[in-house]
Design a protein around this ligand. Sequence first.
Ligand SMILES: [Zn+2]
Length: 459
Amino acid sequence: MTIQSVLEFADNQRGDNLNALIEFLRIPSISTLPQHQPDIERAANWLADRMRSIGLDRVHLIPTAGHPVVYGEWAEAGPQAPTMLVYGHYDVQPVDPEDEWISPPFEPTVRDGNLYARGTSDDKGQLFAQVAAAEAFLRAEGALPVNLKFFVEGQEESGGDLGPVIEQHSALLACDAVVISDDCFLNAQTPKIATGVRGCAYMEVEIQGPRQDLHSGGYGGVAHNPLQVAVEMLAALHDEQGRVAIPGFYDSVLPLPEDEREAWGRIPFDQEKFRQQEVGAPALWSGEQGYSIRERIGARPTLDIHGIRGGFTGDGQKTVIPANVVIKVSMRLVPDQDPGEIARLFEQRIRQLAPPTVQIQVRTLSRAYPAVVDHSAPAIQAAVAAYRQGFGMEPVFVRGGGSLPVVANFIRLLQVPVVMMGFGLPDDNLHSPNEKFNLDHFYGGINTSIHFMNNMASL
Ligand SMILES: [Zn+2]
């Protein structure tokens, strides 16, 4: 098999691949809005048809508690060849505020070398690069160098838990590595391979004080205001060193490997540019002492307050003591914190902080495991080489700050490395108006995926 013919095929196919992606993007498969249910089905069927037409076998929809997974495979590379599983998602985020889009979100438009539409970068365009790479092998050479499986979900943006589906179908999904293209470069010159995702425990606390809302003239100073209780409790969740002040919170946190810290330290990072362009605040918070900004984002656990509901928040004034307040808090977790255990420690801390003047209810809204991938794994090294071959660039390893439960599920349930090989750019406007995907990154992503499969085959 010569990879040259495959790359040539992909080059000649650029126009067709762009047109097919545009067709896929026209389907408004917004998974969080029930009225788009028929579009979700259309997108799933469109993808299944595409998989069949390029020559994948056993293409079918796997039902889940939410939207179906699209599965397809090519298993003729033989038992000696490695098996690679490609994960992606065909659902997209809502588009509001729609009037901020320069071209309509579901009318894909090319401007300045970028393709604009909802889902271009997250994740239809990046996923389609993998599909196009498989097609190039099958059409140019009649075969793939690896056994390949596609597992493409439709509820990534609506937070569905795929753990039970992966567990139930673990025999079907058995593989040597999972590859995910649903991420972005560090900057235009530097691809990044994410070697970690943080876990998450999202909590809601309801604070019930008086039976009904009271007037502060009549009861202020006597009834313990639940808003005051809320801010007193929330203020006690960090200590003066910026650490999360929940007993036991750090007990199972694995120390950061020194070689990883050194490697991160060598990645250029302009703190002032980061403050101005990304954060936009007058100054950065000093956060947890003893850790760099990159370490605090990806490799250390954090706690954030997301909302306080209660009392009067309209224009003007109202001297109310609210009866009921709800607070929302999430904690980003790192290996080996267990989200269930962290939720338990959080509840214990909240109950310890709660005064006898209120009643408290604590609810866990969602949980996700953290995960790390060993960057010396052969599949990761195959990805490093693929970026050199496909983009002519040297990737760096970074631990991502976000939570991707599916990554942790693959690592935990299939016991394989996950290669997070993204093709987007940091300014792709994911989840925002004017989402885009750079066309050079689309075609470069196809080439990189071709090289990756080829590199995997020679491991
Ligand atoms: Zn995504």
